[in-house]
Design a binder for this molecule. Structure first.
Ligand SMILES: Nc1ncnc2c1ncn2[C@@H]1O[C@H](COP(=O)(O)OP(=O)(O)OP(=O)(O)O)[C@@H](O)[C@H]1O
Ligand SMILES: [Mg+2]
Length: 394
């Protein structure tokens, strides 16, 4: 490229295209060394044929005409890696950006850094995928999929999912991704105190666009635990918003970059829940020590024929296991026809950690409840030990 902006060592150029001069300069300042253009035509005049260019399109292109314009360019020039820098990132804007061929969309001044996005897209374009240097697992071996389920609400699924995932992230050299698949009442992001970010709906839009590499970049990092989190949408959406195969595809894309993907499922039997249970390597079935919970577990297991779908993958987790109730674990095991593999005690440390937005295994690692949750993580990590995963550390 004739203009400033060549980043030689990485083998790609960076360009900002935005009609508004002030905004263009502002984006140019953030991306030191980027070439600046008011129109796409100006960029096309100076770009060398075939050389990768990460092209940041400013808010002036986040209109239906702008998206169409970008679409034409990305279609004709696969060497252009488009990134949209927008004021607000709604699902609609992300969807349109993806349809226009964008590799990423970032909110100006938001949590996600434009620089990081540009670097990531640049490395992808230049053929040296970021994943090669990021903490990862051996190529060709998909991460394990663990789903956390219960036919009864309020038994502690989300607490188990968050803490087992966080305990795994403490021990595993490979990334651990937590997915909130409860489209209506998902509260993983609330429990972890995460700011609004990309959600499973954005991942579904990327899947619809056929861009599973984009899915891999969508989870945000929860600093205290090191977990990568793909939360549910803030506003509830009907379960039909997700096709059964889409959730499995999203998780499959994440399994490409993670050692483990942990999914918090809703307490409903719908197609995508069943598809995920079927696709999972491990199914944590959470029950609490009370008659309604055990009754619902039994009914759920029978009507779903959960044993047939999940078979040996099923692992019963009894939450509130120390509750002073007249229920005997042996009796529960007999009724359910399942061994209670894990028992998690009731502990005040759990609601306290929820209020702090930090998993209890991090907030209060010595609490009995944390030790119990750690044991679940250790058992699930099992064969994917540090040795098998190689020496790379996060
Ligand atoms: N072992 C525990 N000790 C003390 N409190 C707990 C424990 N497990 C869960 N809780 C509390 O129980 C409540 C419900 O837990 P959680 O949200 O994890 O359940 P859930 O099954 O995900 O519910 P939903 O069906 O609404 O998604 C939370 O307020 C949580 O703090
Ligand atoms: Mg929940």
């Amino acid at each position: 490229m004739a203009t400033a902006g060549t980043i030689e060592p990485f083998g790609y150029d960076v360009a900002v295209v935005e009609p508004d001069t002030g905004m263009r300069q502002c984006l140019g300042t953030e991306l030191t060394g980027a070439a600046q253009f008011a129109t796409i035509e100006e960029l096309l005049q100076v770009s060398e044929s075939g050389r990768p260019v990460v092209t940041v399109f400013g808010p002036g292109f986040a209109t239906s005409l702008g998206f169409q314009h970008v679409h034409r360019v990305t279609g004709a020039h696969p060497e252009f890696g488009a990134v949209f820098a927008v004021h607000e990132l709604s699902t609609d804007v992300l969807q349109q950006a993806l349809r226009a061929g964008a590799r990423d969309a970032v909110v100006i001044g938001g949590e996600a850094s434009l620089r990081q996005s540009v670097d990531r897209v640049g490395e992808l374009l230049a053929g040296s995928v970021t994943r090669a240097t990021a903490p990862t697992k051996p190529l060709g071996e998909p991460g394990r999929l663990i789903v956390v389920f219960s036919p009864k609400g309020g038994v502690g699924k989300t607490c188990v999912a968050i803490n087992v995932a966080a305990a795994m992230a403490k021990r595993s050299p490979a990334p651990v991704v937590l997915v909130d698949a409860d489209l209506q009442f998902g509260d993983v992001s609330v429990m972890l105190g995460l700011p609004p970010q990309n959600t499973v709906l954005d991942a579904a839009a990327a899947v619809q666009y056929g861009d599973s590499e984009l899915v891999e970049t969508l989870p945000g990092r929860h600093t205290a635990s090191g977990l990568l989190v793909l939360p549910a949408p803030l506003e509830p959406v009907p379960v039909e918003a997700m096709l059964p195969g889409e959730m499995v595809t999203i998780c499959g894309a994440l399994q490409n970059v993670a050692g483990h993907v942990v999914v918090d499922l809703p307490s409903v039997f719908n197609d995508y829940v069943l598809a995920l249970i079927e696709a999972a390597d491990d199914v944590l079935l959470v029950g609490s020590m009370d008659i309604p919970s055990i009754k619902n577990l039994k009914i759920g297991m029978t009507s779903l024929d959960l044993q047939a779908i999940a078979g040996p993958k099923l692992k019963l987790v009894l939450n509130h296991a120390n509750a002073k109730v007249k229920l005997d674990v042996k009796e529960i095991e007999r009724v359910l026809g399942l061994t209670a593999e894990f028992a998690v005690p009731e502990d005040l440390a759990v609601p306290m950690s929820v209020n702090a937005g930090v998993p209890v295994v991090i907030d209060d690692p010595k609490a009995p409840v944390s030790r119990a949750l750690d044991r679940i993580a250790e058992s699930l990590l099992g064969p994917l030990s540090a040795a098998k995963l190689g020496k790379r550390r996060r």
